[in-house]
Write a protein that binds this ligand. Sequence first.
Ligand code: G4P
Length: 530
Amino acid sequence: MGSFDNEINRRRTFAIISHPDAGKTTLTEKFLLYGGQINLAGSVKGKATARHAVSDWMEIEKERGISVTSSVMQFEYDGFCINILDTPGHQDFSEDTYRTLMAADSAVMVIDGAKGVEPQTRKLFKVCAMRGIPIFTFINKLDRDALDTFDLLDDIEKELGISTCPVNWPIGSGKNFKGVYDRKSRTIVTYSDTQKGTKEGHTEVVSLDDKEAALKEIGNDAFDKLDGEIELLDGASAEFDLEEVRAGKLTPVFFGSALTNFGVEIFLQHFLEMTTTPLPRKSEDGMVEPTDDSFSAFVFKIQANMNKAHRDRIAFMRICSGKFEADKEVKHVQGGRTLRLSQPQQIMADERKILSEAYAGDIIGVFDPGIFSIGDTVCSPSKAVKFEGIPTFAPEHFARVRQIDTMKRKQFVKGISQIAQEGAIQIFQELNSGLEEIIVGVVGVLQFDVLKFRLENEYNVEIRLEPLPYEHIRWIEKSETDIAKLTGTSDMKKVTDLKGRPLLLFVNPWSIGMTIERNPGLELSEFARN
Ligand code: G4P
């Protein structure tokens, strides 16, 4: 046990996941507002301007007016030290979005009450589920007309395969949104519209059992409907079970409106009570406890510098155990070197702060002269550990890369291999062929532009990308037949990745099913464990 257990035990590190526009940014702003981190909500993502001041090391961001980075925010609330990992969405959705989830101990899933589960939520959820981390659901935008509450829960259960347990229950939605009913205390918290940016409006709390007061607050119709719904709910929904929540099998569900700031603090309070302290992490020699005396961390993301005058990069690491002290030497396990981490910093919403210390659960960004790779371990020299690597996630867009000036073959191969090693793109080659024909795969299409830009600017190589129709990729985990002899559908392509692992590309999910059917004993996977 370390002497800083208190610091570690008050930490909560989570990611916010959602489909674009569900309200992730608005909810994050409100969290920060409660933590007193910012005075007026609205400074997390001044969509086109504010964020660039922070991340101006990325030229492409400025050019495209979007953010390629995902930020980490830390704030204090009620004695807790909270780290929020933002998962980039929109056009900047990339493999980094998935990798960020590797650094979180739980996830908050924001769902638009009018839309239910959307594609990006589904993808991000899958990665959280693979890790078995707790997932908390905030159903947002109740100030607008929402889908039927039972249908929303049904949607989550069917689409995502997780049981739901509503902690509170909405009373109406849109113009008729009256507030939420808290199941445990059997009270109604009434809604009042608030000015954007203020902490809270005027709310009333009445007991459902005080029928007269409840009727006065929400009216006859809403009362009768709520009464009926609660009866149904109590009979049908899963019992609340904290063990199940912690195991990622049951998601507590909350309702509210991030924009008008209703239900946000209630959610935050329950969430902090239910979520976990920093989780232990698997190393080659067993689990490493966060309160272990010695420092350890792993790299989950590398941010390349787009400015060719500065080839430096920022490596983001999640501290897994102990305390980080800026002036102490650490060991980079994969590189076999001892070094001092240079310019350790915390990347905040609107600033970068140089750190002198940080604890298990925290995320730090360090200056990387090009030595770190995704998944690397950094730890106290006295006690070396090596964490399990980060999986490679399935790209969803593919293109054939054509080099315009074939004389520059060497630079081209060097450039594309280096960029792939950093983890910005994945490269594949046809089975049994060399690097003549390169297929590049990305999770988000913006990475194609990043690749083109970087090859031109850093390696002086021009390329042309020809889109390919594949959308699904599966690593071959097991095959009874020789890979070259596997029979699939006519649209299937056999390739190998940078590490020589065989995989299959498919145009549609149907072909995956057919291929499995036609090759008994064939096992495919959406992730590749490194
Ligand atoms: P994201 O990060 O998940 O992509 O979503 P973001 O918070 O940016 O919200 C997307 C849009 O939805 C924003 O409107 C935001 O104001 C709105 N929104 C978020 N929460 C709520 C809510 O509880 N109720 C209602 N009615 N709207 C909500 P926008 O017009 O795109 O942007 P803005 O100009 O308002 O910033």
